[in-house]
Design a protein around this ligand. Structure first.
Ligand code: SIN
Length: 322
């Protein structure tokens, strides 16, 4: 049997299949469908320092091969998370990664320090990329702020740190380099793409908040491209996210440079998927004669530097002056 365990610096997982924040509730909602102990890990909905009511409805709308959401980090706040959810989550027999978001570096640090007191948390995922709140995504669009928050949390917490990055920037590698140099153990790529759905008859956006974040199969090619680009820019282990709904999708992310993946939108219509992917991963590696997940990571045969793509647009490359 191939080895499925993976290490992302200080974070060690039994296998690389995680479920993404905000798509799996607090796990107990999925009890009937999932053997938690066979997952690589669980990432519950983002926790903020204080309760948040979230954005006005409608908060989700299905789009072609995708889901647009503007939840607005609706959650009961850190103390309620600790009181109601932490114990059941850490008894599930899988790695628990707590996703946190603050409005300032001080808030991120205070949350990390509070969570540091508890055993049974495998890592913190810093949500510096939510497109639906002000004072959250700003971090992930600014390399200096990204570095500051990662460095400060790392300096005040013993837990491994995952920085979850936004694709809504000109250069994700630039932000990834900042997070890596500041000490992130891993980078989760990517959060949702800003988008809109419109009811043209009413001349209105469909989401109550107007703009939302797009996830699902529609974004997989975009996510693969970003994972590959970032893999060329940093040595920090990557976690691929974006439209995963089959074992081939998982393998594509691994080949492009991800060491682990998060299943997100597909959990809403196929909650047993993540469990099945673990079995299918083992079979897929075996069929390729591979001994471990690591044998596949970053093996894409495309060793061109990221900037080389620009040369396609030069006049010399265009046939017969077209
Ligand atoms: C939300 O709560 O609006 C989505 C969370 C996220 O995209 O980080």
């Amino acid at each position: 049997m191939p080895r499925l365990d993976v290490s992302l610096n200080r974070l060690h997982l039994a296998n690389p299949i995680l479920v993404a924040s905000g798509t799996f509730g607090y796990a107990r909602e999925m009890q009937a469908y999932v053997d938690y102990s066979r997952l690589g890990g669980i990432i519950p909905k983002t926790v903020t320092p204080l309760p948040r009511g979230g954005n006005p409805p409608p908060r989700t709308v299905e789009t072609t091969a995708g889901l647009l959401n503007s939840i607005g980090l609706d959650n009961d706040g850190l103390e309620a998370f600790i009181a109601k959810h932490l114990d059941p989550l850490r008894q599930l027999g899988t790695s628990l990664i707590v996703n946190i978001a603050g409005k300032s570096t001080a808030e991120f640090v205070a949350m990390a320090q509070r969570l540091d007191a508890f055993d049974g948390i495998a890592a913190l995922e810093l949500n510096i990329s939510c497109p639906n709140v002000s004072g959250g995504v700003d971090y992930g669009t600014n390399p200096k702020l990204t570095a500051e928050v990662v460095r400060e949390v790392r300096g005040h917490s013993r837990l491994p740190i995952i920085a979850k990055l936004t694709p809504n920037v000109t250069s994700v590698p630039e932000i990834a380099i900042a997070a890596s140099e500041a000490g992130a153990d891993a980078l989760a790529l990517i959060n949702t793409f800003q988008g809109m759905a419109v009811d043209w008859k009413r001349r209105k956006p469909i989401l109550g908040n107007g703009i939302g974040g797009l996830s699902g199969p529609a974004i997989k090619p975009l996510a693969l491209r970003i994972v590959w680009q970032v893999s060329q820019a940093v040595k920090t282990p990557l976690i691929g996210i974006g439209g995963i709904q089959s074992i081939d999708d998982v393998l594509e992310f691994l080949v492009c440079g991800a060491t682990a993946v998060q299943v997100g939108t597909a959990n809403f219509y196929d909650p047993g998927l993540a469990n099945r992917l673990v079995d299918e991963l083992s079979t897929a590696l075996e069929s390729q004669g591979l001994e471990s997940v690591g044998d596949l990571v970053g093996t894409l045969q495309y060793p061109r530097p990221v900037v080389a793509a620009a040369s396609c647009a030069t006049p010399a490359a265009s046939p017969a002056g077209r």
